[in-house]
Ligand binder design. Structure first.
Ligand SMILES: Cc1cc2nc3c(=O)[nH]c(=O)nc-3n(C[C@H](O)[C@H](O)[C@H](O)COP(=O)(O)OP(=O)(O)OC[C@H]3O[C@@H](n4cnc5c(N)ncnc54)[C@H](O)[C@@H]3O)c2cc1C
Length: 634
């Protein structure tokens, strides 16, 4: 290992790890990414889809801040859809089925081209400290490596166990070695660890299913993208395509498509297929339930409530006679299909019988069995909102390690942890995303304030401000934070600022221009009316601006109320609480509240109010206490 001194070490090349490494190195900080196998960086071990309800909001926010997940999905997509199009803008969500072979290829190419970033194949076996501050890690192959900050993104690998029926194999994912030693190192530093579990379905051969007995689910045209870059290129492609301008086509020819004909995001989409389980499927599972790792007593970790295994569904929804199974392609040149909805840990022979009972899959060839994975996670209430640990300074945790499930949840945390490790290592104030401005903020605040005892998945219902935190306005609501970390190109920021001005100007103009006694805004608020229907020349405003104007005018009242609530909660967030505050000195606080506050050690009054077991009267007592000026506020 060359003796380059690194400011930041990132451990783990999953979705948290590559976002952390890119955020840190793109801020000009010398970064080392250590991972078990660099050929597997960015792997999609489960469902090859990115986005969906609320997860797409996380991806849009990442793109706004300068993350890579959105772009990588746009440029390796095989099917693009917007979900909830008939519902309000708060819950509309993009979902992209990605090519499982090309997704890691592109992310590895992007990492490979990144300055200030080295990548090293090895396993980290321990963390090292000087006093209570991190100073590096120990690896199996290269011994000790120093750094000012360390970000741990080890996913499902800490004491990972792959479980199929009664079989338990020491693996972090099927076919990949687990990390056995690092957990013991965390134990030595007093971190609280727990066990969680998630699962994945079998994979079947694409030539062994009967498509005529399933319902086709095509992609959408034009394709909804996560990133501004892909949206821009899509527009340019349509302009240039006619002129067959080869030079432009080459520029559009992306690293991820080496050897394929020129391709542009969103074209040549591949369909998914819908079928269903039936009573025979459910009977097969019920008859063999005790043989499954989950119900045979092998699993000790808690599973994903909102992504249940097929065994869970049979138990929890016993009255249902069928469940959806979405048969999803894993890639253009990939022979594997992903039967979404059949995740399980049953013995292989039972899995085969179960799959063959499903319409269209009667002759399906199982290429790889489904399995459950159980692993260590670290209780996230041991973290600050920066994702720095409270126990060891300059040590950060991100991703599945913090008790979440999902590529998007992992990537959002990885970005914040990586940015903060870099900022800390160069002595600059941290990046803190609040729950009033972002879903990444909601995710982190929920984790560090409430903790989790089951894999945490994002939902729009987790936010109090859904109408304000939409996927379509991430660039505008995160602009100040984007500028703070300065990863996004300044010309792009300039474009967003210009758009913001045009949106505000046009929204105000519609309130002031009247037509037959009604303001254009009043007309636009009529449900069936869209901006293009207004009695005026819509001029040259671009699609994105028109979309923002429509939403801001149509939902003006709701948005105003949300903004007022945000203002109130912002005030509470401003009341800082020192980490070593003596809650026992506030006699009038209830005993239970004092214990909870001492355990979580909230950073401000707003967070204190969200701790379960701390109620509004406790917060009023604390607020009075601070008002009496016994504690300075930032
Ligand atoms: C079987 C299975 C089923 C899943 N099911 C779902 C699901 O149903 N829904 C869902 O949303 N998500 C699911 N996921 C989870 C999804 O894969 C993760 O949420 C996501 O990949 C987490 O990203 P991460 O970066 O935290 O960790 P991972 O993607 O797990 O990456 C961890 C990385 O760290 C590396 N690493 C680990 N330990 C060390 C070490 N000590 N030293 C060096 N490198 C190390 C590994 O090699 C790997 O590259 C599933 C994952 C698996 C494996």
């Amino acid at each position: 290992m060359n003796n380059t001194s690194y400011k930041v070490i990132v451990v783990g090349g999953g979705h948290a790890g590559y976002e952390a490494a890119l955020a840190s190195s793109r801020m000009g900080v010398k970064t080392l990414l250590i991972t078990l196998n660099k050929q597997l960086i960015g792997r999609l071990p489960c469902n090859p889809a990115v986005g969906g309800i609320a997860k797409s909001h996380l991806v849009s926010e990442l793109d706004a801040l300068g993350g890579e997940l959105g772009r990588n999905s746009d440029y390796t997509g095989i099917q693009y859809r917007m979900l909830n199009t008939r519902k309000g803008p708060a819950v509309q969500s993009n979902r992209i089925q990605c090519d499982k072979d090309l997704f890691p290829v592109r992310i590895q190419a992007v990492l490979g081209m990144q300055e200030n970033l080295d990548i090293h194949d090895d396993i980290v076996t321990a963390i090292r400290t000087k006093g209570s501050k991190i100073c590096g890690v120990t690896t199996r192959g290269s011994g000790d490596i120093d750094a000012a900050s360390v970000v741990i993104c080890t996913g499902t690998f800490l004491r990972g166990r792959v479980l199929i029926g009664m079989k338990s194999i020491k693996e972090g994912r099927m076919g990949e070695e687990s990390a056995e030693d690092l957990s013991a190192s965390f134990d030595r530093f007093g971190f609280t660890l727990g066990r969680l579990k998630t699962g994945t379905p079998p994979r079947i051969h694409r030539d062994s299913v009967d498509y005529s007995r399933m319902e086709i689910q095509p992609g959408e045209d034009p394709p909804p993208f996560f990133s501004r870059m892909a949206r821009k290129e899509w527009k340019m492609f349509h302009v240039e395509h006619e002129r067959k301008d080869q030079t432009l086509m080459n520029r559009m020819f992306h690293v991820e498509h080496q050897g394929l004909h020129p391709w542009t995001p969103g074209t040549e989409q591949i369909p998914c297929w819908l079928t269903h389980t039936n009573e025979r499927t459910h009977q097969i599972i019920a008859d063999n339930l005790t043989k499954s790792a989950m119900y045979g007593g092998v699993v000790e970790g808690t599973g994903v409530r909102y992504c249940p295994s097929i065994e869970d569904k049979i138990i929890k929804f016993a009255d249902r006679t069928s469940h959806h199974v979405f048969v999803e392609p894993e890639g253009r040149n990939n022979i594997r299909l992903y039967p979404n909805g059949t995740s399980n840990s049953l013995p292989e022979e039972v899995q085969e019988e179960m799959i063959h009972s499903i319409q269209g899959l009667e002759k399906a060839e199982i290429i790889r069995p489904g399995y459950a994975i159980e692993y260590d996670y670290a209780d996230p209430t041991q973290l600050f909102h920066t994702l720095e640990t409270k126990r060891v300074e300059s040590l950060y945790f991100a991703g599945q390690l913090n008790g979440t499930t999902g590529y998007e949840e992992a990537a959002g945390q990885g970005f914040v942890a990586g940015a903060n490790a870099a900022l800390k290592s160069i002595g600059i104030d941290p990046l803190v995303l609040s729950r009033n401005e972002s879903y990444i903020g909601v995710l982190i605040d929920d984790l560090v304030t409430k903790g989790t005892d089951e894999p945490y998945r994002m939902f729009t219902s987790r936010s109090e401000h859904r109408l304000t935190l939409r996927q379509d306005n991430a660039y505008f609501r995160l602009l100040e934070k984007t500028k703070q970390i300065a990863i996004v190109d300044s010309s792009e920021i300039g474009d967003i600022e210009k758009q913001r001005i045009i949106i505000d100007r046009e929204s105000n103009r519609l309130e002031k221009v009247f037509h037959e006694g009604k303001s254009l805004a009043q007309i636009l608020r009529q449900p069936e009316i869209s901006y293009k229907d207004l009695p005026q020349d819509s001029g040259s405003l671009d699609e994105e601006v028109i979309k923002q104007v429509e939403i801001e005018v149509k939902y003006a009242g709701y948005i105003k109320r949300e903004r007022d609530r945000i203002e109130i909660s912002r005030k509470q967030e401003k009341q800082h609480i020192p980490i070593n505050f003596d809650y026992d000195s506030v006699q009038s606080l209830r005993y239970e509240a004092r214990e909870k506050l001492k355990n979580i050690r909230p950073e401000n009054l707003g967070q204190a109010g969200r701790i379960s077991g701390v109620n509004p009267s406790d917060i009023s007592i604390l607020a009075m206490w601070f008002k009496k000026g016994t504690v300075s506020s930032k």
